[in-house]
Design a protein around this ligand. Structure first.
Ligand SMILES: [Zn+2]
Length: 327
């Protein structure tokens, strides 16, 4: 249990975060407003977090997703965003988001492009229309470009994933939704299309599992994106990523687990360990606060201040989530 006062923590966070925080506190957000007032300010009973990217519909969770959700809540993860990756899991993420009071995105992931049909883009458009009034549909995603997997970097799949990415950006623009981006060795190309297709009011959304350069990060930020950080920053050899996480503007960071993937260092098993029969550790949203603790240390700020700012950032990136967790 972490207790803080508004006064003691606000100096570390931005004006926009403060505004959101005041509004949230005085509106009575249940997870944080249960503490009594004291002479120094309003006591907050617990920090809370938003996992901005997790795949709870994955097979890895089929046996115990309710327990995973309970552990997330117990650890202070108040909300999870579930991005879809292909048409076949649109319904699963929607149902899970409703069952657990979470939110979801709809999109076709670049790794799913080889198996996708051209008509899937039309299906996505129809589904975005059908779910327009659904408060839990908060983004188009997960979409993007992957230039790490060899088959996707060669013709014709290279062009095909670019086509799917572009068409889905147009759908995000048409339906007025933020975008959740998959970025793997593809930042410059992603940015090029974002610039070409920018909506009148600009983009909002998240470049998830960001691992580009500082310069590329600043370009995403300029376009209106937040950058997602998760388990990868818990590995000491990931020096460039840890430097980015430590030095990028705090207002640009959101947290994510990418569960069941991106296991943090304490769950990760090496190739040799796996060969010896030890399974890869499964990541889950309840790990987020421990990952966040490492980010707070890297930045030299308090755990609580990081929770406040990254939550405010997530709500800025995915504005419909505000209506799901605040008053
Ligand atoms: Zn993902």
């Amino acid at each position: 249990m972490h207790r803080i006062t508004i006064q003691s923590s606000l100096h570390a966070i931005t004006a926009s975060s403060q505004e959101w925080w005041r509004r949230m506190v005085f509106c009575g957000f249940p997870a944080v407003c249960s503490g009594p007032a004291n002479p120094a300010g309003i006591m907050v009973s617990m920090t809370f977090w938003i996992d901005t990217h997790c795949h709870l519909d994955a097979n890895e969770f089929s046996a115990d997703v309710a327990a995973v959700r309970a552990r997330a809540a117990a650890s202070g993860v108040a909300h999870c965003v579930l991005p879809a990756v292909r048409v076949a899991n649109f319904e699963a993420v929607r149902l899970l988001a409703h069952e657990f009071s979470f939110s979801y995105g709809l999109g076709i992931h670049p790794l799913c492009v080889p198996a996708a049909k051209e008509t899937d883009l039309q299906t996505l458009d129809e589904e975005l229309t059908r779910r327009k009034a659904d408060p839990r549909l908060v983004a188009v995603g997960e979409i993007g470009l992957d230039y790490f997997v060899p088959v996707l970097t060669e013709s014709p799949m290279r062009e095909r994933q670019e086509h799917f990415y572009r068409e889905q950006l147009k759908l995000a623009r048409k339906h007025g939704l933020p975008v959740i981006l998959h970025v793997r060795r593809s930042a410059d190309k992603l940015l090029k299309h974002l610039r070409e297709l920018a909506p009148m009011g600009g983009w909002s959304g998240i470049a998830h599992a960001f691992n580009g350069s500082a310069q590329q990060a600043m370009e995403f930020i300029k376009l209106g994106f937040k950058l997602g950080f998760g388990g990868a920053l818990t590995f000491e050899p990931a020096r460039q990523l840890r430097r980015l996480a430590a030095e990028l503007p705090l207002e640009a960071l959101v947290l994510e687990t990418d569960s069941p993937d991106m296991a943090p260092q304490w769950l990760y098993t090496t190739v040799a360990q796996r060969a010896a029969g030890q399974p890869q550790g499964r990541n889950e949203p309840g790990q987020l606060p421990r990952i966040a603790q490492q980010l707070a240390s890297l930045r030299g700020i308090s755990f609580e201040a990081l929770a406040l700012v990254t939550t405010a950032n997530a709500l800025q990136a995915l504005p419909k989530v505000k209506g799901l967790i605040a008053c």
